[in-house]
Design a protein around this ligand. Sequence first.
Ligand SMILES: Cc1ncc(COP(=O)(O)O)c(C=O)c1O
Length: 470
Amino acid sequence: MLPPAPADHPTFSPLLPHLRTSIPGPGSQRLVETLARYECPAITARRARRREQSGVDQDPVVWSRAAGANVWDADDNRFVDLTAAFAVMGVGHGHPAVVAAARAQADLLIHGMGDVFPNAPRIHLMERLAQLAPGDLQHSILALTGAGAVEAALKTAAIATGRPGVIAFHGAYHGLGYGALAPTAYKRSFREPFIDQLNPRVTHVPFPGADGGPFDDSPQGAARALDYLAYLLDNPATGLADVGAVLVEPIQGRGGELVAPDAWLQGLRALCDKHNLLLIFDEIYTGFGRTGRWFACQHADVTPDLLCVGKALGGGAPVSAVIGTPEIMARWGQSTGEAIHTSTFLGNPLACAMALAALQVLEDEHLVQRAHDLGAWLRHRLDTLVAKHPQRLGPVRGRGLMLGLPVLDHRRQPDGAEALRLMGALLQRGFLILPSGVFGNVLALAPPFVISTTQLDAALDALDAALQAG
Ligand SMILES: Cc1ncc(COP(=O)(O)O)c(C=O)c1O
């Protein structure tokens, strides 16, 4: 039975797509031509590359404005956003409270002085993070990006344990900065050109997820994955004597919405305690309500030693953090006037004021509960779609409003090209969606929490039509 659907969000109109031009329209096309003249070609995927990968012959649309779950492009075409722009805009694009906070802060102080002269929003944001974070996670280091938060966590672990080795997981995505790229294992192409420059003390081991073969997300698969790691750690001959930390996403996002079994996360906690390792959770994707709890670790009732957050934290502004226990953070020692870890924009007041507003919105509007309820509803709708296309779609995975729909070929193998085709077909119908997973075959549904059931219904109808047209 379809779970009850939450009512429409009171602030945002549940607008459906409205396309005025072909996609991309002339306004987007002109801007993309300028982009091609001035941007390194490796950054934005253009027409030829897309055609080569998927047969979809189309440049991207250029965004111009957004509200709630809607985005408009340079030609005033209106789309429905199923991505929350990389899972950032949980509170919705242009939430009035976040916009008001940004305006008010811009009038007062746009930029501060990092570690030298603190500013009030930065201080209050860290106070708020300490209130929200589970367990005794009280002390933060702020950063600007997810990669920056992961790098701060890895430095903290190295300082706190004196051991530089890190355990990370197959399929992991922790960002692309040099520090974060070492534990990232999501795609070979991301690492290969830089492999000689990456921390060689990172060891990747199996992550038990839906696609994990012998290490799948069944109790047996999870036990096998845990047992393998225990074997590596128990035997110094395996070369892992210098490991100080285990870095894990409780749900792999870019890895394809792969949910780590609760028992496995609990087992990791126990292994870390046994071997005196720090357990670092990367909740950059999953944090702040995305999975229907404030943090995904709460589903498994596991508290990490260090918690990395980013994405949704800033309500659209670039700010991230690693939050640790006072005891662990104290290992950095006291600043003597020149911080050994900081940056020019650390604790930027504009970003911190927006983050404070976004966190308040999540709480005041009960959006974490909404992500849970709407997620249950959406999952049910997706299950119905899978039942209608059993040859083309695999079982839905994920939690809350972080759901993945695997696209399969006729041999039931991951079909990344077809997922890209569907993404293109949905764009042509006015819906923005991204593929995820190491094979790029999982359609990721991570919409703003304020999206309406009407908008989601229309998206699934469009997906159904695109599947039938394929
Ligand atoms: C789990 C996780 N960690 C880290 C990152 C990197 O964040 P950023 O792109 O802000 O550096 C991402 C980005 O998708 C992520 O999903």
